[in-house]
Design a protein around this ligand. Structure first.
Ligand SMILES: *Cc1c(COP(=O)(O)O)cnc(C)c1O
Length: 380
């Protein structure tokens, strides 16, 4: 009996695959960060990342995972006892909630069950009921469920009320259109290991003038993430020098592809994945699925945990299971970052193999055929 070698395919919503050129860029000599040589590389990384964010606001690069940027957002705009409107439809909305609690905010919670989404109308009502709120915390793509939010619509109602809006774009940025300045977004943040085609370890965060103004009047209880320190010197501590080499190359690659093309690529991968999964007889989980990942209900009678573990441990294909209460009930296939049509086909085909093993009836090539037809129709 012949046996296949096991190659690794990373198809989870973070960390995501890193192009070889970007990996090699990190292998260059580490230089001192307080030098004109590093300053040049750092400035290229910041200006490129601002273009990805579609902003001319101040943008900082943090040596932390994405959660560090979420912490920086909350720590700098809310004094203990001030009111925040927190929107949550999953695990990462719940992270906003935990952070708001940590920094002593009074909380107004807009919460819907996993798989659902919140709307501009819900946020507008919360703003009307709470004219003393200082900011609204939102998520572009709720990664635990694969749900995308109408941030443009939500921002309109927040701006009309004259409040601040913060957007967790950790998985959503790059995959989903987001226009920081045009939509009036005060704080936008992301992490390196999702859409940016970088290894884990960096976070990026932008602040509008209004957000900076609020921060100046806020008694930040964070030391490492105190915005006032970053305003004085954008690199108050030792930056992750080699990761910033990689960042300057990765954003250059994204901008060469063009953000509109990057968004269109993700949109097409998302559509092909969703249609293929439906053709395979599976049911999607999210009520407003985005293009970062697709979450799928585990079919009746199949062990959900096994789908993920067999794919990963026996076939080398890493997708993600459900988090928290969703564990065992859903699985999640990413089409995020350095991915293309054949990555989608690999995920679908490997899924067919595992589902067949677990007793679910599906003909080989069902998903791949539908996906490839969609890619062909769209000229990809
Ligand atoms: C991954 C993710 C986070 C957490 O980011 P870390 O880099 O693990 O700290 C937060 N929010 C969203 C939407 C995410 O996808």
């Amino acid at each position: 009996m012949a046996k296949m070698i096991k190659k690794n395919y990373l198809l989870a919503p973070g960390p995501t695959p890193v192009p070889i050129d970007v990996l090699l860029e990190g292998a260059r000599d580490t230089i001192h960060h307080r030098t004109p040589q590093f300053k040049k590389i750092y400035e290229a990384a910041v200006s490129g990342t601002k273009k990805v964010f579609k902003t001319e606001n101040d943008l900082f690069i943090l040596a932390s995972s994405g959660t560090g940027a979420m912490e920086m957002a909350v720590a700098n705009i809310v004094n203990s006892g001030e009111k925040l409107i927190v929107c949550s439809v999953g695990k990462f909305g719940e992270r906003w909630l935990e952070l708001a609690k940590t920094f002593g905010a009074e909380i107004v919670l807009i919460e819907r069950e996993y798989g659902d989404f919140y709307t501009p109308e819900m946020v507008e009502k919360a703003l009307n009921d709470n004219p003393d709120a200082v900011a609204v915390l939102t998520t572009l793509s709720e990664t635990s469920t694969g749900t995308v939010m109408d941030i443009e619509g939500i921002s309109k109602v927040v701006k009309r009320a004259g409040k601040l809006i913060a957007v967790d774009g950790i998985s959503g940025l790059v995959a989903e259109p987001l226009l920081t300045d045009e939509w009036g977004l005060d704080i936008v943040l992301s992490g390196s290991q999702k859409g940016f085609m970088l290894p884990p370890g960096l976070a990026f965060i932008s602040f509008s003038e209004d957000a900076v103004e609020k921060a100046k009047n806020t008694k930040s209880t964070s030391f490492y993430f105190n915005l006032k320190k970053y305003l004085k010197d954008p690199l108050p501590w030792t930056p992750a020098v080699n990761l910033i080499y990689q960042q300057s190359l990765a954003v250059k690659m994204l901008l060469e592809e063009g953000m509109e093309n990057v968004w269109a690529r993700h949109e097409l991968m998302g559509k092909a994945t969703r249609e293929a999964l439906k053709a395979m007889g599976l049911e999607l989980f999210s009520k407003r699925p985005g293009n970062v990942l697709t979450s799928v209900k585990v079919p009746e009678g199949v062990d959900g945990g096994k789908i993920v573990s067999i794919m990963r441990d026996e076939y080398g294909v890493t997708i993600a299971g459900g988090q928290g209460t969703m564990k065992g009930n859903i699985f999640r296939i990413a089409h995020l970052g350095y991915m293309s049509d054949y990555d989608v086909v690999t995920a679908l085909t490997s899924l067919e193999k595992v589902l067949r093993r677990l007793g679910f009836k599906v003909e080989y090539g069902t998903g791949a055929r539908v996906a490839m037809e969609i890619f062909e129709e769209e000229g990809a």
